[in-house]
Design a protein around this ligand. Sequence first.
Ligand code: NAD
Length: 479
Amino acid sequence: MKIQNYINGNFHDPVDQQWLDNYNPSNGTVYGQIPNSSKADVDNAYIAAKSAFPSWSQTTLEERSRILIKISELLESHLQRFAEAESKDNGKPIALAKSIDIPRAASNFRFFGNAITQFASESHESVGQQAINYTLRQPIGVVGCISPWNLPLYLFTWKIAPALATGNCVVAKPSEVTPMTAYLLGEICNEAGLPKGVLNIVHGLGTTTGQAIIEHPDIKAISFTGGTATGAHIARTAAPMFKKLSLELGGKNPNIIFADCDYEDMLNTTVRSSFANQGQICLCGSRIFVEATIYEQFKSDFISKVKQLKVGHPSEAHTDIGALVSKPHLEKVKSYIDIAKSENGDVLCGGEEVKVQGFENGYYLEPTVIEVKDDTCRVNQEEIFGPVVTIMPFADEDDVLQMANRVKYGLSATLWTNDLKRTMRMSHQLQAGIVWVNTWMMRDLRTPFGGVKASGVGREGGFEALRFFTEAKNVCIKY
Ligand code: NAD
C-alpha cells in the first residue's frame, strides 16, 4: 500500500517520487511505501498553510471547536480501523491501540476543542496612571509539529489539536516508522470539514523531510517529541531563526518503592510501568529502586509476574508484549543487554529474542529485568526504550533521592509510599516534570506535561499548550 502526503486537503505523491519502505514489525515484511518528502513538498505544504491562515485564524472559536470535536467523533467512530492500522504499523498489541492510543487521540481533539472556548487572558489596571493593559493571545501563523513512533497518533494529535485550536495552520510530520494513522487522519479531517490547507501532513525521514521543516524560515514554531539528540539538533538549527520551541525528549525514569506502600497495587502497576507498549513509552519507570527491607521479596514476586507476561502477535487478544517497532531498534535494545552483562549486571529474567510461531521474522524480545550493582552503570543511565528495566536496593530516602536524580534526564518519577511527609519531601526534590505517587501514567489533559534537564524544554497540556501556540501581546490603553 502506498500512502501520500496530505497537502491543501488533497493527497499527493512526493514531488521527487522518492519512496521509503514501511515495515510490519510483527512479521518483518515490507507492506507499503511512504513518501520521502523533499524540501519541495514541505514548501508546498507551507504555501497551503500560509494561504489558509488568514481565514482560519479569523474563524470563530465556536466553529474551530465544533470542527475539532467533529474530528474527535469521527476518530471514535473509526476506532477499529485506526487501532488495526496503529497495531500493524507499530507492533503494539491491538488491545492497547484500541483502549489507549486511538481513544486518547480522539480525546486530544475533544479536549482542545473545548479548552479553546475557556482560554482567557489577563488584564491589569495601572492604577494612578489611568491605563488598562490587556493581553492578546494571537496565533503564531504556520507551525511545525514533529512526532515519534512510540505512541504515533496519540502524540501527533497532542500537538496538532492545540495548534489548530489556537488558529494556527500546521505542517506536520509523523515518524517515518509509523506513518499510517497520520495518513488516515487526513481523510477524517476532510470529512469533518476542516478547511483545506489548515493541516498539512508530509511524510519522510527526519534528515530530509523533518530537516526541511525545521530549516523553513517562515515556520515560526516547532513542537517536537522525540529523542534528546534530535531535540538538541533542532534547538541548534532553530536558534539563529529565533523559532519558538517545545521539546519533549527522552527519559530514564525512577520508580521508587518504599516498604510502607500498598504492595499488591505497587506490584501490578510496576509490571505495567515497566513493560507497557514493550517498554517504549518515554514515561516508563525503567529504573526500579526498592527499599532494602523488602528488596528480596519484591525481586521474587516481580520476576514471577514478569515471567507470566505473554509475548505474542499484536493482533492476538491475550498478547501482553507485542513486537518492538523495528529491526534496528530491536538490535539497539539487545545491545544494552550485552552492555549490562559486560558491566556485571545480572539478567534475572528475559534477555532473549522470541520467535513467535508463524511470525518468526518479527521483532520480539522477552521482558527483561537486570539487577545492577551501581546506579551509574550505562544501562541505568542511558535510555534503552524497550522491555528492559533495572532493579537495585536502596537504604534510605537520601540514598534513593541521590540515585534518582543522578541521571541527565528528568521526565517523570514514580513514588510508592503511604507516608505523607515523605511524599511531600520527595516530590518536591525529585528532578522531574511529573511525579506520580502510588500510581503511574494517570493523565489529566489539563495538567502541564514535559521534562527538565535533557528531557526537554517547555510544557504541553492544558492551557500550557495553548500558550505555546500563541504569542502574548500586551496592549496598553490610557483612558
Ligand atoms: P527521533 O528523535 O529519532 O524522531 C522523532 C521525530 O523526529 C521523527 O518524526 C523523526 O523523523 C524526526 N526527526 C529526526 N531527525 C530530524 C531532524 N534532523 N529534523 C527534524 N526532524 C527530525 O525519536 P524516535 O526514535 O522516533 O522516538 C523515540 C524517542 O522519543 C525516545 O527518546 C523517547 O523518550 C522520546 N519520546 C519522548 C516523549 C516525551 O513526551 N518526552 C514522548 C514519546 C517519546
